[in-house]
Design a protein around this ligand. Sequence first.
Ligand SMILES: C[S@@+](CC[C@H](N)C(=O)[O-])C[C@H]1O[C@@H](n2cnc3c(N)ncnc32)[C@H](O)[C@@H]1O
Length: 209
Amino acid sequence: MANPDSSAFWDERYASGETPWDYGGVPPELRDYIAKQAPFRSVLVPGCGRGHEVEAFAKKGCTVTALDISGVAIRSLRRRLRPFPQAKALEGDFFTRELPEGSFDAVYERTFLCALPPEQRKAYVRRMQVLLKPGGWLFGYFYYGTNGAPPPYPLAKGEERSLFMAEFDLIQSVTAEKPLAIFEGGEHWQIWRKRAKGLIGAGSQNVFR
Ligand SMILES: C[S@@+](CC[C@H](N)C(=O)[O-])C[C@H]1O[C@@H](n2cnc3c(N)ncnc32)[C@H](O)[C@@H]1O
């Protein structure tokens, strides 16, 4: 089997259909967020996989950029995005693919961070910080738990403080209403906001429910 850090590993999983992380649709917190209060026009979805949520953003009229290292996943998503000219699916590595800096209102995360080896976590946060506009939003599903056979690589509770708190405020954190069984109740819906200069700590909280 290919190394989990390689595109070949993910291509094999999508080609064989062995994708237990795939929600198969739009999870409820995101569905409500998009419907009621989405404060964004341009959205990036890194590690988008099959990208069901990408279609949901596009239907809402957002300009969406979906990115994945797996060409198999991206080719299948491109076909489904044909009706949405403002949505694009790019094949590439989140850390090295050229993307416009400071240009996204929001980034949607689901089981992408936990697919990355822990030594890439700081680079993930730095990249988010670079790509988002000041005051931009990073929201979605973050996986907390204990290590089994990775991937996934879960976050430890409290780890988010050292990772995000220098640049982001935590606006909301709740246990996912309808988590997938494989994540054993460790999926949290979280909304983070990139701090605009001079707004240190605004709206920050660190409450798990
Ligand atoms: C666990 S899957 C989650 C997919 C999707 N977000 C979902 O919820 O169904 C992790 C995804 O991250 C992608 N990926 C892994 N490393 C990546 C990287 N460095 N850059 C872009 N995508 C990457 C994989 O190809 C895979 O589609």
